[in-house]
Write a protein that binds this ligand. Sequence first.
Ligand code: ADP
Ligand code: MG
Ligand code: MG
Length: 278
Amino acid sequence: LADCRHFMQVGELGHGTFGVVVKAIDLRERPPREVAIKLLSRGNFIKQYKTYVKREIDNQSRLRHPLIVSIQEVFLTKSHLAIVMEYARGGDLFNYTMRHGPHGRLIEQQARWIFQQLIIGLDYCHRRGVANRDLKLENLLLDHDGKDGIRPLLKICDFGYSKHDRSSSAKSGVGTPVYMAPEVILGDNHYNAKKADIWSCGVILYSMLFGKYPFNAKEPRLARRIVAAQYTLPANVAVSPDCLDMLTKVLVAEPAQRMGMEDIKCHPWFLEGLPPGA
Ligand code: ADP
Ligand code: MG
Ligand code: MG
């Protein structure tokens, strides 16, 4: 970030598929404010992934919601395209889930708190016409580390594969294999991206509850298992019947039979502990 005098880089937050995310201080603010900056190297990279980079910035900037990581500004340096975002100090849900509890999983109430926020944030995105298409533990951030028993706020990030209703659908499926919906794996060109997001929410819920992925095998076995929605429920983890009811109705291979956003929002497990009318 040598080219930019407004920001002082103070650390590294993560590496993703497409670049590095650093922590920096915005020196124009009083008091100086912490931000996260995603750096994408210019040149071939940006040219090759122009559509995705443009969608990431366009779609994420359009979303203004406490449960979505906001983009503050975008600028070019000599070497990089820099996306300045709100900083989520609790890190991502993958690390959070690993850290919490002795077995790298969350207790049901914690998992529900995260899931409720995921659904409310995602419902907002979908209503604004944006599907994320890359929902996974690593792309869900938290506003603090959850120590002292305080419940952290969820922040959905990484709209790099997102798609707006008005943009033509990508021919090939995008996302991360273990989180991909059956219809995406099968290469259906006209799959409903919002319904596929819901599947990923099911994979996330399972992973939080059981500390492992529902579908975990090497290719091509992984694809076969996902397409058949073939997963097992670990017998050593006690989960309430309402919770299992929700999970098994989300991880349904056929999109038309899978729970939709409205079904989830009326489900007793989802509604528990939410303020009335939320
Ligand atoms: P990629 O598209 O390369 O996957 P992400 O946007 O998902 O990039 O960022 C990669 C990682 O960096 C995330 O998984 C997370 O750990 C960290 N990260 C990203 N954005 C932030 C942020 N705003 N605050 C804190 N950490 C972040
Ligand atoms: Mg990511
Ligand atoms: Mg991305």
